[in-house]
Each structure stands twice: as structure tokens, then as C-alpha cells.
Design a protein around this ligand. Structure first.
Ligand SMILES: Cc1ncc(COP(=O)(O)O)c(C=O)c1O
Length: 389
């Protein structure tokens, strides 16, 4: 009887790195009997705040919650416009709509795929209240220019730093320049708590966000349990419930200590890919600007079907079906999603071209060198071993 050849082991697009430290910290939390926002979430907030040199930090249930709170705390609401890229996840646009404001989508730069400062400046109107920038794939946007623009025009600057937990440009750390910045610890992010996020930035705004994020109650349940020794509370403003649990905080604290190592390994893999793949015709690799250290949440390739032997979707299909390698796409532009498709939306030519060509390859610390090589070899096979000299 013929024996099936052994199946090729799958290389997932992403896999988190969780070890004994995280497990020990979670078990410790479970044994402590305190599961909601308390000492572990507070220690995680302290670690992030100190690292970034931020005035304050509030650990929440997701980056989306952090974005929602950022806008609420800054008083963004009906009648206001908020400028944001379309080449991103829907979270910022959803938060803008949830506070009753209007997202104004602006095109990205062709090199970094970040919001273009020139086009942003042109899009500012008397109704513009805020700009939410995003660091695409972990490559920081032009933080200096956006800070100056926000200061000159009296706008709130929010950094959606979901992809850039540890990244720098021109000596500035991503997440440390906006009036407020948001991080994601979703399951596929550079560090994870399963679901989770952090809001950091100006003390006055984070204080308001903290109040809003715990029902509008002026004390945390941990404070009432420990310092105050009372069950009494008052609700100062109508709020929401967005606090991070101590179980998630325990994981986040340990993961945060590993962030530098994780980022270094991602950078190493990105370098191996870039050296090997730039020889494939019609395929381009991510550009890194001078004086920049990206966070490498994504390793993107861009396939120009006019020059490559295959188009982006066929590459993804063949990687999956012939080589057991999963990929992802970042992103379907928000202005093309049903909830945001609007006749008034401008054409965003760079966003549309990038979205049609981009493919995210597996790039994470749990990958072995052999797996990285398998991805490279698979792409070479798909290209029919055609290389530019
Ligand atoms: C740029 C960006 N912002 C925000 C989010 C939302 O993060 P969360 O799932 O933590 O709400 C994501 C999620 O993938 C993202 O890519």
C-alpha cells in the first residue's frame, strides 16, 4: 500500500511567543484572588509609562477602546472632522464615527505607506479637530512634521501605535510624540495579552480617559478595596467599561520585558527576507528611511503584476496550497468598506495601489531560520527561479 508522503508542516502567518515567565505570572495572579484591574495592570502601566517617558498610561481592553477613549477625553464629537489614513485597520475610523465625528481619509506616502504630512496639511479645515496617524507595519510616520502641524493648527495629535510598540524615527520613539498614543496587544501583535491595549500621553487627557473607562467612577475598585476600605462610590460622568484585567496585565508585564528581544529578531528576519527577495522581478521589499528603527510588526512585499510572473492573490494562494505557508493582507482600505464608502470620499491613488499589491509574509520571533528559508525558497519556486541580475 502506498504511504502518504508526510505532510509539510504549516508555517502560520503569526504565532505568539509565550513562555514560562508569562505562565508563572498568570498563575500567581490566579492564586492571588485578584483578577480585575489591580496591581498587575498597574505594574504594566508603570513599565510602559517609564519606558516611553510618558506622563501617564492606562491599560485597557483593546487599542480600539484606547482610541475611543482618546477621542472622548479630548472632547471630539459631532461636527468635528478627524484626519486619518484609509490604509489601516477600521479601528480609528470606527472610533471617530462612534463619537459622532467624521473621518476624513487622506492618502499615504509611496515609500513608508504612512499618512502624507503634505496631504494632511491640505485636508485641514475649520472643522478639523484631530489627526490620527498610524505607523504602518511598525515604520514610524514623520513624527516631527506631524507634531509641528498639530501645534501650528491647534489640532490634537493621536498616534495609533498598534504596530509600533518599539520603533524610532529621527530620535523620537513612536508613541511618545502624540498628545495621546494607543498600543494594541491583540493576539497577533508584537507583544500580546490576547486582547488588550494601552492609552498613553498627556496626564490631563489620560486622567479623563481613565475616569471614562471605568464607568465614570472616580476611584478604581482596587483603590476602594485597599486604600479607601469602602464600597462607596460616585459616578462623576457617564462612562464605559474598558479596564484591562490583572490576568491580561500579568501577561503584558512579562511580554513587555521581552519587547526589545522580539523586535530585534523581527528585524533580523526582515533583513534576511530583504536581501533574498529583492532579486525577484516585480517584487519590492519595505524601504527603511535613514535614522529609523522600525518595529517590524509587518514584513510586507509588494507585487507588481506588470513585471512579476504572478499577481499578489496567486502568490498568496500558491504559498498556502503548494507550500503550506500562510500570509495576510494589510489592509483593505477603510474608505472601501461598506460602513465608510461615501461619494464624498476622495480618490486615494497610493492607498489603492498599495492595497492591491501588498502581502504580509510570516515574520515573528517564534520562526526558525529554516522556516524563514522555506518562505524564501517557496517564493523563488513561484517566480520560476527568475531573478534580476
Ligand atoms: C493599526 C491598528 N490600529 C488598531 C487596531 C485595533 O487593535 P485592537 O484589536 O487591540 O483593538 C489594529 C488591529 O489590528 C491595527 O492594526
Amino acid at each position: 500500500m502506498a504511504v502518504d508522503p508526510s505532510p509539510i508542516p504549516e508555517i502560520p502567518w503569526n504565532r505568539p511567543s509565550l513562555g514560562d515567565d508569562e505562565i508563572t505570572e498568570v498563575v500567581d495572579t490566579l492564586r492571588s484572588g485578584w483578577l480585575t484591574h489591580g496591581p498587575k495592570a498597574a505594574a504594566f502601566e508603570d513599565a510602559v509609562r517609564t519606558d516611553l517617558g510618558a506622563e501617564d498610561a492606562f491599560a485597557v481592553t483593546s487599542c480600539t477602546a484606547a482610541l475611543h477613549l482618546a477621542l472622548l477625553a479630548a472632547g471630539v464629537g459631532p461636527g468635528d472632522e478627524v484626519i486619518t489614513p484609509s490604509l489601516t485597520f477600521c479601528a480609528a475610523a470606527n472610533a471617530i464615527r462612534q463619537v459622532g465625528a467624521r473621518p476624513v481619509f487622506v492618502d499615504v506616502e509611496p515609500t513608508t505607506h504612512n499618512l502624507s504630512p503634505e496631504l494632511t496639511e491640505k485636508a485641514v479645515t475649520a472643522r478639523t479637530k484631530a489627526v490620527i496617524v498610524m505607523h504602518y507595519g511598525g515604520h514610524p510616520c514623520d513624527l516631527r512634521r506631524f507634531r509641528t502641524l498639530a501645534d501650528d493648527r491647534g489640532l490634537l495629535l493621536v498616534e495609533d501605535a498598534a504596530h509600533a510598540l518599539l520603533a524610532r524615527r529621527d530620535g523620537l520613539r513612536a508613541g511618545s510624540v502624540g498628545d495621546l498614543s494607543t498600543f494594541s496587544f491583540y493576539a497577533n501583535k508584537v507583544i500580546t495579552t490576547g486582547e488588550g491595549g494601552m492609552l498613553v500621553g498627556r496626564a490631563d487627557l489620560v486622567r479623563k480617559a481613565r475616569l471614562l473607562g471605568r464607568h465614570g467612577i472616580d476611584s478604581s475598585v482596587w483603590q476602594r478595596h485597599t486604600e479607601r476600605r469602602t464600597a462607596d462610590y460616585d459616578v462623576a460622568v457617564p462612562g464605559l467599561k474598558y479596564v484591562m484585567s490583572d490576568l491580561a496585565g500579568a501577561v503584558g508585564l512579562r511580554q513587555w520585558h521581552r519587547l526589545a528581544d522580539f523586535t530585534a529578531r523581527r528585524a533580523e528576519i526582515a533583513d534576511i527576507y530583504s536581501r533574498a527577495l529583492r532579486a525577484l522581478p516585480g517584487l519590492s521589499t519595505p524601504k527603511v528611511l535613514p535614522d529609523t528603527e522600525p518595529g517590524w510588526f509587518l514584513y510586507s512585499i509588494f507585487i507588481d503584476a506588470g513585471y512579476a510572473p504572478v499577481d499578489r492573490d496567486e502568490v498568496a494562494y500558491r504559498l498556502r496550497t503548494e507550500h503550506c505557508i500562510s500570509t495576510s493582507r494589510h489592509f483593505r482600505p477603510v474608505h472601501t468598506l461598506r460602513a465608510f464608502a461615501d461619494e464624498d470620499n476622495p480618490r486615494l491613488p497610493v492607498t489603492e495601489v498599495v492595497a492591491a499589491r501588498q502581502l504580509s509574509l510570516p515574520c515573528y520571533p517564534a520562526m526558525t531560520d529554516d522556516q524563514v528559508q522555506r518562505v524564501i525558497d517557496a517564493l523563488r519556486v513561484i517566480w520560476g527561479n527568475r531573478m534580476v541580475p
